[in-house]
Design a protein around this ligand. Structure first.
Ligand SMILES: Nc1ncnc2c1ncn2[C@@H]1O[C@H](COP(=O)(O)OP(=O)(O)OP(=O)(O)O)[C@@H](O)[C@H]1O
Ligand SMILES: [Mg+2]
Length: 311
């Protein structure tokens, strides 16, 4: 069983405009509406790979109702926790013109009642279930409660999958997730390296890669994504692989990391070997980078060029 958690989901309103002039009335050439949020993206991509997940997210107000119907349209049966007493699920505006300008809204604050319902849902997770924790965390007391709860889940044997950044990623590393998927920026922040040659990357990865019981800080497996420069999977000492990405025209790389994570988890759930896990991850990530939104299917993973690395 696999679950994803999205604390602050969104409605993503994508507006296409050739030119945006601040302070003027700008007209669009078309618009699209999508359900948004990192955990939600992972659940949708998993569904497209034929894997059902429990998609747990918070909804609020009328936009929360819209989010729910958009998720059903994607074939999900989400577990939505209602935030009562004001506020609404945020709408993030993405202006697609010369590049993408994003206006990401703050979203509603979580109440103690909502937190209780979230924990109640998560309590249903059993040993060896996977829980994807993706995206930002609230900048208040709530986060402390969440981390402490995640620590309890880990003790119970739930496998945490961390795709976050900044202080939240640090905290998750203290808990010790089963898998972490930093991008290069997040990896640099976490390890403090500035040079990204193999020697520096491998040395830094070892700082937060748990081998055996000797190290308490870090993840058991690390999937490092480097945008168009490929990806490295640190599975265990004997299984470290690099993969190149596909070379096509990129359309939208936002969310490519989430789709990549879904591919990685899908291959893992099908008992794939580490190299196959990396190949499907890259095939999904690249397919996402070449699509407007979450791709219908991955690129052929057998065409991914990969090689074994040694440290
Ligand atoms: N320019 C590109 N060309 C081909 N593939 C790409 C490109 N950019 C991203 N990808 C694919 O997507 C994967 C994840 O990309 P990236 O490292 O940008 O993730 P991320 O920053 O976590 O993304 P997200 O916006 O979802 O958080 C890459 O490993 C690759 O498979
Ligand atoms: Mg990411």
């Amino acid at each position: 069983m696999i679950a994803t958690l999205t604390l602050n989901p969104s409605i993503d309103y994508v507006m296409k405009c050739t030119k945006i002039i601040p302070g003027e009335t700008n007209r669009t050439e078309g618009e699209q509406i999508y359900p948004g949020g990192k955990g939600i993206n992972v659940s949708i991509m998993l569904k497209r790979l034929g894997i059902d997940s429990q998609c747990i997210a918070v909804k609020a107000g009328v936009t929360g109702e819209l989010l729910e119907s958009l998720l059903y349209q994607q074939g999900l049966s989400p577990t939505l926790i209602s935030l009562k007493g004001g506020g609404f699920t945020r709408i993030n505006v993405k202006l697609q013109g010369d590049g993408i300008t994003e206006l990401n809204a703050k979203g509603p604050s979580l109440t103690p009642a909502v937190m209780e319902s979230i924990f109640h849902e998560l309590e249903g997770l059993q040993k060896d279930d996977l829980l994807v924790i993706a995206g930002r965390f609230p900048e208040d007391e709530t986060s402390r409660e969440i981390f402490s709860f995640l620590g309890q889940l880990k003790k119970k044997g739930v496998k945490l999958v961390a795709d976050s950044s900044g202080p939240a990623l640090q905290k998750l590393m203290e808990i010790g997730p089963y898998l972490a998927k930093p991008n290069l920026r997040e990896f640099k922040e976490l390890t403090g390296i500035s040079m990204t040659d193999w020697e520096n990357i491998s040395r830094a990865a070892c700082q937060f890669w748990q081998h055996g019981d000797s190290q308490s800080f870090g993840a058991e497996h690390i999937l490092l994504s480097m945008g168009g420069d490929g990806a490295i999977l640190f599975w265990d000492r004997e299984n470290i692989f690099f993969a190149e990405v596909f070379d096509e025209e990129t359309v939208n790389t936002v969310g490519a990391g989430d789709c990549m994570l879904a591919g990685c988890l899908a291959a893992y759930l099908r008992d794939g070997e580490p190299e196959e896990i990396l190949r499907l991850a890259v095939a999904c990530g690249s397919a996402a980078a070449f699509s407007e939104w979450i791709p219908e299917k991955p690129l052929p993973s057998e065409n991914v060029i990969s090689k074994r690395l040694h440290i």
